[in-house]
Design a protein around this ligand. Structure first.
Ligand code: GRF
Length: 227
């Protein structure tokens, strides 16, 4: 019997778009280094010159580019340049990771179901900025984070994965943000894995996950104490 050599998996080529710190970018990069991870980070693109995440990416040996929106006279011109850079790197999937620029319908349609975003709330609650201040102010017992496919409306689109984070009585926006960020770093690599492997697929407005993993258990906050 001849022994079969395991075939290397064909990894999807991913671009990460950032505007700032890039901690989610780092978590995606870390995950992508595993030999069986179905995606590789081909390029990191920032729309802001000097974004700290660019340095981190360079130090990690990643290809980086700056497509500064300021250098373009219109949103269309900026997005055309972005599109060209992405195609020039044979990109198959885009991960927005703290990318602070709304993408217009024309661009989003070109890349339909191939752009992922992470947002620090349990969407559709608390779209937009200052999510943690608003969650504390609203008195909800949970907030969290969401990875979703991008649609032209802000923080909208089929949801791939969410992590619920209990809000504590003495939370400040900063303490809450830190606990949510820790979950972001777990769910974004998982979402990319599900999409790149073909397990997560869009059906109309929903994402179906094509494996039979056990359902997540419900969580209660404050916890119910056994009698
Ligand atoms: C994260 O909280 C992400 O959810 C939001 O912007 C922040 C980016 O942080 N979209 P980082 O640049 O990934 O550290």
């Amino acid at each position: 019997m001849t022994e079969q050599t395991p075939q290397p998996i064909k990894k999807k080529r991913v671009a990460i778009l950032i505007s700032g710190r890039g901690s989610n970018m780092s978590s995606l990069l870390q995950a992508s280094l595993a030999p069986d991870y179905p995606a590789e980070i081909a390029v990191v693109i920032s729309n802001i010159e000097g974004a700290p995440g660019l340095d981190t990416a360079q130090q990690a040996g990643l290809k980086t580019l700056c497509v500064a929106h300021e250098d373009y006279e219109s949103r269309e011109a900026f997005e055309d340049a972005l599109d060209e850079a992405l195609r020039g790197h044979d990109i198959e999937l885009i991960c927005l990771a703290g990318f602070m620029r709304l993408l217009q319908a024309r661009f989003v349609h070109k890349w339909k179901d191939r752009i992922l975003n992470i947002h620090p709330s349990l969407l559709p609650a608390f779209k937009g900025l200052h999510t943690h201040d608003r969650a504390i102010e609203a008195g909800v017992r949970f907030t969290g984070c969401t990875v979703h496919f991008v649609r032209p409306e802000m923080d909208d689109g089929p949801i791939i994965i969410q992590a619920a984070v209990p809000i504590l009585d003495d939370d400040s926006p900063e303490t809450l943000a830190a606990r949510v960020l820790a979950q972001e770093h777990i769910i974004y690599p998982e979402a990319l894995k599900l999409v790149a492997s073909g397990l997560a697929k869009v059906h109309d407005r929903h994402v179906k996950i094509g494996d039979a993993s056990d359902p997540a258990p419900p969580i209660v906050n404050p916890p119910v104490k056994a009698p």
